[in-house]
Design a protein around this ligand. Structure first.
Ligand SMILES: *Cc1c(COP(=O)(O)O)cnc(C)c1O
Length: 221
């Protein structure tokens, strides 16, 4: 098992284009699994639950960059604001306001991504395109001085119909390019899209950051 984690890290490292960053999604997996990837040289991990993120941060080496990739509850932001490296799931103005406030309390500027709802499933989170555009239009750097909006995150529909997934990713990439052209956002260069089942399509459609869990650590319960 552990040996396979290191092998998988190596495999992704050689397979992914240089401009695509790999986030190893370690949610539900034990610290030892994270350490196996760490010993293979990997330093960037993603978690989707605050308590697990904080526990792993406290127990594991401090040169790990922790990404919060899950749905963010405003009242829990304070627990990860002191150390988080990138927050992927900014899905409401209220959330940005709260993260900005907690970042200010810690004396930090926190990097985050605007999550856009691109899937068919209603259950997934995120701004729709119009809302995201409006937010980015309203001088976010002035409204949220303790945040640095570094790009967009999206999750495609969970389906085997490749054309659906591809069109959703392509749509997000078009929106990303449009935003970059329309506004002066100097740090806006991350497009976080793609998971174990769809990362190849995501990369073909312009992803710069993939979030891979089960293809590195094995399936979850
Ligand atoms: C769990 C999760 C992933 C990784 O999923 P896999 O299918 O295991 O690669 C990626 N992104 C988010 C937001 C997740 O919650």
């Amino acid at each position: 098992m552990e040996k396979r984690i290191a092998e998988n890290i190596e495999r992704f490292r050689s397979e992914l284009p240089e401009e695509v960053q790999l986030i190893a999604v370690s949610k539900t997996k034990p610290n030892e699994a994270v350490m196996e990837a760490y010993r293979a040289g990997h330093r960037v991990f993603g978690e989707n639950r605050v308590q697990e993120l904080v526990e792993k941060y406290e127990a594991l080496p401090k040169d790990i960059a922790w990404h919060m990739i899950g749905h963010v509850q405003s009242n829990k932001i304070k627990y990860f604001a002191p150390f988080v490296n990138l927050v992927h799931g900014m899905d409401k103005p209220k959330r940005l306001k709260e993260l900005n406030k907690e970042a200010e309390k810690c004396g930090r500027v926190i990097d985050c991504l605007i999550q856009v709802h691109i899937a068919k499933e209603e259950s997934k989170f995120g701004f729709d395109y119009e809302e995201a555009f409006a937010l980015l239009e309203q001088k976010p750097a002035e409204r949220y001085p303790h945040l640095r909006i570094c790009g967009l995150m999206g999750m495609a529909t969970n389906t085997n119909e490749e054309h659906i997934v591809r069109e959703e990713f392509a749509g997000l990439k078009r929106f990303f390019d449009k935003v970059k052209q329309a506004f002066d956002l100097p740090h806006f260069d991350v497009l976080s899209m793609g998971m174990s089942n769809d990362y190849q399509i995501a990369i073909e459609e312009g992803s710069t950051m993939v979030r891979i869990g089960s293809s590195i650590f094995g399936s979850r319960q």
